[in-house]
Structures are given as C-alpha cells and as structure tokens.
Design a binder for this molecule. Structure first.
Ligand code: ATP
Length: 593
C-alpha cells in the first residue's frame, strides 16, 4: 500500500487478465492527477495504475507509459502527430454532429479544445454503442496519424481522430484531444512517471530480490529506472527489459547504445575565476574554451553510417552533410564506432577564424547538399561517450579525453579538439579566459578531470562550470524564457535599441493569438529583483513574491531549446541568491519588465 491507497480498477474500468486495458483507466487516472498537486501522491497514483497493468496485461505497459508521457515514439525518431487545431476542430464537428462555427465559438469561450470535446460528447445520443476504446487502440491510431503523409494526409488524420472521438465517452474525449495537441497539462512530469515505473516494478517484482546491501528498495529502484532512461531514452527498450529481467538487472539490460542520443551533460553558471578555484579547491580540473555554436552528438555506427543529433535529440544529419564527411575522413583507421560530444561552429576557412553564432543560424535546416553550403562549420570536439563497442560514460574525463585524442586527426578549419589548459593558478586561468574571448569564444567551461568526472547525461552538473565573460559582473548567465503574453506598446519608443523594422517584426510575430509552437528566447538582464507583480520562482526566495528582470534584452531565439528546457524556477532563484549585491528588500514595482 502507498499513500494513494490500493488501486481498485473495477471501480473505474473493467477488464480481465490478459485483456486489453481500457483507455478509460488512463483518463480517470489523468483526472485524479489533475486534482492533485503533491508529487508524492501523483507518483503513487501512477504507480498503482502501472502495477495493475503489470499484473493484468503487461503487454499494454509500453503504450500506457508512452501515453502517460504524452509521446508516441522516442524523441530521436522524430515521429510527430503533425496535426493542427483546424483538423481537430473539423473532426470534432463531424464526430459530434455540430458545425465548425459552433465548435470554434465554444473553443473561444472555454479556451480548451479538450473541454469543448467533453461538452460536445455529453450532448450526443448514440444509435449504436461503439466498442470501448483501449489504450493500444488509441496508441496505435496515434502512430498511424503520425505516419500519414502525402497530399491527403490532413484528411486521413482527421478521419482517424474522428474514429476515436466517436468511440470516446465520459472524460475520454477531453484527454484524447489534449494528448493529440500534446498539451496534457495535468502536472505529470516525465521524471515522476519514471519514479512511478521504478516503484511499480518493485511491488510486482517476480524475478529477483533486491541485492542485500540495499536499504530502501523503492528509492533505489527509482534511481535505477531514471538512470537507465537517461542512458537509453526509449520506452520500447526499458519497459520490456523491466518486465522480463526485473528492475535490479536493468543496469545490465539497458545501456548506452550508439544510434540513440543521450541528453547532453550541462554546466552550472559561475561568475568568476576565484569562485571556480574555491569550488574545485582540492580537485583536479581542466579549463576549456567555450565555443559559441550548436551542440552536436555525433554517432558513428559499426556499419559506417553516421547520425548527428541536436541537444534536443533531434536528428540533424541532413543539416550537416559536411560534418558527416569530415568525421568519417578524420577518424583514425583503428576506430570502428564512436559517439562524439562537440560544438559545431561557423568558421571562415580563408581568414582562419571562428564566426559568430548568428552566422551559423543562417544555414539551411534540411536536406542540405554539400555543394550548396555557404557557411562552413568546424567541429570542436570535447568529449567521447563511446568507442569501438565500449560505452565510456562511467570513465573519468581524463580517460575519455585520451580516447578522444587518440581517435581523430585534427585538420585546420574542419576538426579541432577544444583548446584546453590544466592549471589551478588563478592568474593563468584568467589569462586563458581572455585568450578565449579574443578567439571569439564566449568564455570557458571548467570540468573536473578525475574525481567526480564521469559523463552525466541530461544533467546540469556541478562538475561542469561555465564562465561567460559577458555575464561575469552581474548574473553569471542569460535566461531562457518562453514569452506567454505581450502588451501592446503605446506611443513611439525611441532609443530602445530596436529599429522600427525589428520592432515591427517582433510585434507581427506576436500578433496572432495562437502560437503554433512556443518559442524560447534567450534574454539578458542587468539584474534580478524581487517583484510583487511577477510570478517567476514565486515561493522560493519569498513566500508571496516572484522575481523579475531589470532591463531585459533579447539576445536570440533559441531554436534548439524547447519550453521544457527553459530556465527553471530553481535556476532563476539560484541566480537571484548568487547576485553580488542582493538586497532582500529590493522591491521592484516598475512595469518596465
Ligand atoms: P544551458 O542549458 O547550460 O544554459 P546553453 O545551450 O544555453 O546551455 P550555455 O549556457 O551557453 O548554453 O553553455 C553550455 C553549452 O556550451 C553547451 O551545451 C555546449 O553547446 C557549449 N560548449 C561550447 N564549448 C564547450 C566545451 N568545451 N565543453 C562543453 N560545452 C561546450
């Protein structure tokens, strides 16, 4: 038993052992979660649902986990539903015998197509009751929707949606629509789902008892599942391994695999060389140039095929055919497979110099032909995660680096190892930082070399610290923010730093009320202040007040980040508390932000 109590499936949806799990189960669980705010209770609710499925119909565990994560495939496969509100509105109207105008009108009133769907269904009477939806039916249909392509694809997608809606009852239409929009909004984070999966595995463990030295099997299982997912973010691999080999064997059955990108290891901000030397007092560390380009994870498989992934696990291979050629040419002949962590930087080969990030962002995104490339890139390699069949993530950086240096030939303007020094001398590092900036780099990344120096996928680690020259005097870093609303400006703004044309472009891009895809903006600020008006990080540094930015300035649109990767409340609070001149009573009432 856990805090959410035992889950009694018969009270919500009925199915027998081995029968397909009803979609209604998932929807009722979503409903329960949307009424909870505590992470522990939510974990328990999800855990109970997964336990029940493991006990009755384990074959349905993969689709139920995918739907709970509001995904249809692993991120790197790039499979997307590809439907807009227009198709959903059409499907809704047709399925419920309403006009599109009615649906749109109600959408305006309720602000949520899921609620419109719920209201539409309940006003319908059915001649013949269609078969109840199952989790597999919904999941398989979602995959079909994603795979439809070609000229009639929108029509076909709409018909699939209609088919599902016709069979949906009670709260099912609401969650169907939200899942289709990938806007579940019930407060179920993927890390919570992973924790629930780990706990459910312990409760239903049939394969083995926990190793004898384990104090708290639930906690340990959660750690194991989270770690396995960070190394192999593929539910189709993790879930079957969990079911057949058990949770304690997961570290053996699920490991880093070339062809499946891991989330990149990230750095924490710092504000000065002194702080770094203090933090890493008795630890061996190294300083590297921090190049300003695009993070890339390059996978070279045994069969000679190459894939390049962005920091979001998006497949970028078609954008960088020149990089594919360069790594294939410059790897040593002893190297049969590798995974490289690096920065791709715009480069002028004639003048032999690094070009700013803005130039890189002008490169075409898809199906680039080598002969059409106008902006050359140079690979700056700084880490090696896999070599000739062996994952290297558990090795210390010193060892990973030796493998890196031994696996490639450098070639000017095409492939370099990140410039580095190993020194704990304050002045030397300061000088190195100046050199980095003179060489068109943003600053330094400081990394532990031996102790606590494994590669931590998808983690913002204290073992990597970033030192950005631009931010040293104030915040230490810029913020990545998602614009959610805008005020219409009044009067003419002069001297804002934006030209009229830029203002018009920004304003036009915000004018439409519906944002098809939220954007992440990188924003610089003079400092952070406590604000009674703004809600960022509310409740962390002050129980009732949030944090606002003083003199915010837009640096760039971060195409490579999704909203989940924008600065978190904790990061904003950490930046606030680490400001040099921090006045707790520093109230900001101006409306400039
Ligand atoms: P974050 O999510 O950490 O804020 P970001 O993409 O906004 O990341 P920065 O904060 O500027 O970027 O710094 C981290 C990034 O710096 C890395 O993700 C990587 O792309 C880049 N980078 C450049 N040089 C190096 C290096 N030598 N080692 C590690 N990362 C490097």
């Amino acid at each position: 038993k856990n805090k959410a109590g035992d889950f009694d499936p018969s009270s919500v949806a009925c199915w027998g052992k081995g029968e397909r799990v009803p979609f209604m189960l998932l929807c009722l669980v979503f409903d329960m979660i949307s009424n909870e705010s505590g992470r522990i209770v939510i974990t328990d609710i999800v855990c109970n649902m997964l336990r029940t499925v493991m006990d009755t119909t384990p074959d349905d565990l993969v689709p139920i986990v995918y739907l709970s994560a509001n995904r249809i495939a692993p991120a790197h496969e790039g499979l997307e539903l590809g439907i807009g509100d227009a198709s959903i509105i059409k499907a809704l109207a047709e399925a419920c015998g309403r006009t599109e105008v009615q649906v749109k009108k109600q959408y305006k009133e309720l602000g949520d197509l899921g609620l419109v769907a719920k209201a539409s269904r309940s006003s319908q009477s059915m001649m013949r009751k269609p078969d109840a939806l199952t989790v597999t039916k919904v999941f398989n249909t979602f995959q079909l929707i994603a795979k439809e392509s070609g000229k009639d694809s929108q029509e076909k997608k709409k018909n699939h949606i209609k088919g599902l809606l016709v069979a949906a009852t009670d709260c099912e239409p609401q969650y169907l629509i939200r899942l289709l929009q990938t806007k579940l909004r019930i407060g179920l984070a993927e890390q919570t789902l992973l924790a629930a999966l780990g706990q459910a595995a312990v409760y239903t463990e049939k394969h083995s008892t926990p190793p004898p030295n384990i104090q708290s099997p639930l906690e340990e299982a959660v750690k194991i599942v989270k770690q396995a997912y960070s190394l192999l973010p593929v539910y189709d691999k993790i879930v079957p391994a969990l079911l057949s080999g058990g949770v304690w064997n997961l570290p053996k059955t699920c490991n880093f695999t070339p062809g499946v990108p891991v989330g990149p290891m990230l750095a924490k901000p710092t504000k000065g060389v002194k702080e770094i030397v203090l933090k890493f007092q008795d630890i061996e560390f190294t300083s590297e140039y921090k190049y300003d380009g695009e993070r890339a994870q390059i996978h070279y498989m045994d069969n000679g095929s190459v894939e390049i992934y962005s920091r979001n696990a998006e497949r970028n291979t078609g954008k960088f055919p020149d990089v594919v050629l360069a790594v294939s040419r410059l790897k040593k002949s002893s190297v049969r497979s590798f995974v490289l962590d690096c920065e791709l930087v715009a480069y002028d080969r004639e003048k032999q110099k690094i070009l700013p990030f803005q130039i890189l962002s002008t490169r075409a995104r898809k199906n680039v032909a080598v002969n059409d490339i106008k902006v050359d890139v140079c690979i700056y390699a700084f880490d090696m995660l896999y070599l000739n069949g062996q994952p290297l993530l558990e090795e210390e950086l010193k060892v990973r680096r030796e493998h890196l240096y031994g696996s490639f030939d450098e070639e000017h303007g095409y492939f370099h190892f990140a410039t580095t020094i190993t020194s704990n001398d304050l002045e030397e590092i300061q000088k190195f930082l100046d050199n980095a900036v003179d060489s068109s780099c943003e600053g330094l990344i400081i990394k532990t070399l031996t102790k606590d120096a494994t590669y931590e996928p998808a983690k913002r680690s204290l073992n990597w610290l970033k030192l950005k020259k631009d931010y040293m005097d104030n915040l230490g870093d810029s913020l990545d923010l998602v614009p959610i609303a805008a005020f219409h400006g009044r009067g003419k703004r002069t001297g804002t730093g934006f030209s009229e044309a830029v203002l018009e472009e920004r304003s036009a891009s915000l004018r439409s009320k519906v944002i098809p895809k939220p954007k992440v903006w990188e924003v610089k600020a003079a400092d952070l202040t406590i604000s009674p008006v703004h809600h960022a990080a509310i409740g962390i540094v002050d129980p009732d007040k949030g944090i606002s930015l003083r003199f915010p300035r837009l640096v760039r649109v971060r195409e490579d980040k999704n909203p989940e990767q924008s600065s978190s409340s904790e990061q904003v609070a950490e930046m606030y508390t680490s400001q040099k001149h921090n006045h707790p009573n520093n109230q900001d009432d101006d409306e400039d932000d």
